[in-house]
Design a protein around this ligand. Structure first.
Ligand code: SF4
Length: 304
């Protein structure tokens, strides 16, 4: 296949067109920049990017950095969470450090051990629980705290992630979670919740992978050793199989969801936010889940 912009050999497909490496990069960035403009995702310089060091988050940091530079908005700040996953997280955070050093981006790294007193691996050795349940709650909690002084928190979620989440929430009949999805997710408005945004909302995972390679972002391609346990794996396999047979299925799922989102939001009631009785962070209960997890560790009692 030839590049659709020049006579060179295409190295990848983006939005159904083949491109050489130079034009792939350009088509990718133009598409994401247009999406960010159209949805007005970034309009100030107070932008934080959640970066794990994998291909999605390093790519989104790279694109947001270029976008902000083009708009004269300065540099984003990078935020990383070290869960304490042996043989995995050290390498990805090392990649974030290298990227940030090279591009003069301020990076803040916090760990579960410093914040909660245990690493994820230690917690899993003590309790027989699902790693992603604990990990997801603690990571969201820390990122929300770290991003408090910023207008938006950027994440690297892509079209694959979003189409899987839509289907999972449908399968679980979870209208509340479904209504909260989107490129600007959530319903709650509070000074204590920094708005999240997803510039890669309409970009496929494979496209992000090619972008990270052509930009030589150095992101390790391996995944978390607990990833095989993720609840979304069967849904991902199902959607990938359908996409292989009928290209466009992922985009259809997400576009269909977006066309219903306004109605869905009107059908769910917003949680009433209060302050956690232990740490003061926002929660819909009396004590937030992160504090409950910390207490279960301290008492040696299984929570989930
Ligand atoms: Fe955490 Fe699960 Fe993701 Fe691993 S796969 S980083 S345990 S949420």
């Amino acid at each position: 296949m030839k590049c659709s912009k020049c006579s060179r050999k295409a190295i990848g497909v983006f939005q159904q067109k083949g491109y050489c490496s130079e034009h792939f990069k350009q088509a990718f960035e133009d598409f994401v920049f247009n999406f960010m403009d159209e949805k007005k995702l970034i309009s100030s310089s107070r932008v934080a990017v959640a970066v794990s060091g994998g291909k999605d988050s390093t790519s989104v940091l790279n694109v947001v950095m270029k976008y902000m530079d083009k708009k004269g908005l300065g540099k984003p700040k990078a935020l990383s969470v070290d869960e304490g996953i042996k043989g995995y997280r050290k390498e990805t955070i090392g990649n974030v450090r290298d990227f940030c050093d090279k591009n003069n981006i301020e990076l803040k790294v916090v760990s579960y051990r410093e914040e909660f007193g245990f690493s994820l691996d230690e917690f899993l050795e003590e309790f027989n629980t699902h790693p992603c349940t604990v990990c997801g709650i603690l990571r969201r909690y820390l990122l929300n705290k770290l991003a408090r002084d910023y207008d938006v928190l950027v994440t690297g979620h892509n079209l694959d992630d979003e189409s899987q989440s839509v289907l999972m929430n449908l399968v679980n009949a979870d209208l509340g979670l479904l209504a909260r999805q989107g490129f600007r997710p959530g319903l709650l408005y509070s000074d204590k919740f920094t708005k999240r945004i997803k510039p890669f909302y309409l970009v496929k995972e494979k496209e992000v992978m090619v972008y990270s390679l052509v930009c030589d972002l150095g992101a390790p391609l391996g995944s978390c050793p607990n990833a095989h346990l993720a609840f979304r794996n069967p849904v991902r396999d199902l959607i990938n199989e359908r996409e292989g047979k009928e290209p466009g299925v992922k985009r259809n799922i997400v576009e269909f969801f977006l066309s219903l989102k306004g109605d869905l939001v009107g059908m769910v009631e917003d949680d009433v936010l209060q302050e956690c009785g232990r740490c003061g962070e926002p929660t819909s209960g009396n004590v937030c889940k992160a504090c409950l997890i910390r207490e279960s560790w301290e008492k040696g009692e299984q929570l989930f």
